[in-house]
Design a protein around this ligand. Structure first.
Ligand code: ADP
Length: 300
């Protein structure tokens, strides 16, 4: 896996004082890359800087041979960006609007444009609804249309910021599968606060919080590395504060009226705990709690 996008010591503080990015280093190869973090972590700031829509205070970004912060025109020619909310034009029909965007993108030849528009509508599974108005599209269809627009001009880098909010589970899965397919030929960065979005589909991931990268890993390997470290105990809610004082509780869930606590512990933590099969949520919460981190970053 060769590094296609290299981010070095990227920092950004907003005029109000919010330190959105604090020396972010990231190496992003081809494939679907999940950038996972809670609200306010700095994801959108990073996405906007990569998309040349915002300036950092310091640091550098390279996309292959391109210096992203200084050669913005070159980046824009090879970039697709799907913002959090893709504004749609409710009265426009999908095919006509995509054709219109293709003209704006510089696809002047009518035949070439028709072929491109058809290929993109088929790829995003919108061919059958191409004559429908966008106002009648579901959330997932709108997002897929956004991807079709972002893919005009064959971008080498596709940036997708929090795309699955508001999608139902079937639409979400379909959308993530589409991104994963696109990742076969380019860098696709998916920013999200939803752990399940960064499932097996992402070949690599990073966890960001308070402007810092806490973990950079392959999702499946990060989960495997937690084997034997996550333990489960079912308790009454009232017992939780006591358990939190004595153990590293990383997450809790309600199950049939009782509380199931997940605890990070390298060996068996004692009576009443069962070993839990770790999943990506355990990776996320262990990382956010500081038990797993940078030192475990896996080499490319
Ligand atoms: P995320 O996308 O992970 O939710 P953001 O990049 O939007 O995170 O925000 C990171 C931090 O920067 C937050 O503290 C947020 O309040 C702040 N921030 C974001 N945009 C602005 C802005 N335009 N002006 C001032 N502060 C901002």
């Amino acid at each position: 896996m060769s590094a296609v996008l290299t981010i070095t010591r990227l920092s950004k503080t907003y005029p109000g004082g919010a330190r959105a990015l604090r020396g972010v280093d990231l190496t992003v190869p081809n494939g679907l890359f999940g950038l996972l973090g809670p609200n306010g972590a700095g994801k959108s700031t990073l996405m906007r800087i990569l998309a040349t829509l915002q300036e950092p205070d310091s640091g550098s970004v390279r996309l292959g041979d391109i210096d992203v912060l200084h050669d913005k025109d070159a980046v824009r020619q090879t970039l697709g960006y799907l913002p959090q909310e893709f504004g749609v034009y409710p009265k426009s029909r999908a095919e006509e609007l995509l054709d219109h965007f293709a003209i704006l993108k510089g696809l002047a030849g009518k035949g070439e444009r028709r072929d491109t528009v058809e290929a993109l509508l088929r790829r995003t599974n919108l061919w059958d609804v191409r004559r429908q108005r966008l106002g009648g599209f579901s959330g997932g269809m709108k997002q897929r249309f956004g991807v079709a627009v972002a893919l005009l001009g064959n971008p080498k880098l596709l940036i997708v910021d929090e795309p699955t909010a508001g999608l139902d589970p079937a639409e979400r899965l379909r959308f993530l599968n589409l991104l994963s397919e696109l990742g076969e030929n380019s860098v696709v960065i998916l920013s999200t606060h939803i752990v399940e979005d960064v499932s097996e589909l992402c070949s690599r991931m990073a966890i960001i919080d308070a402007g810092e990268i806490l973990l950079e890993a392959e999702p499946l390997r990060a989960v495997a590395d937690l084997a034997g470290h996550i333990w489960r105990k079912t308790i009454d809610k009232a017992e939780l504060p006591g358990l939190e004082r004595t153990h590293r509780v990383i997450s809790t869930k309600l199950l049939a009226g009782r509380t199931v606590a997940h605890v990070y512990h390298p060996e068996a933590p004692g009576a009443g705990f069962e070993p839990a099969v770790p999943d990506l949520e355990d990776v996320y919460f262990s990382t956010m709690a500081g038990h797993v981190g940078r030192r475990q970053i896996q080499a490319l």
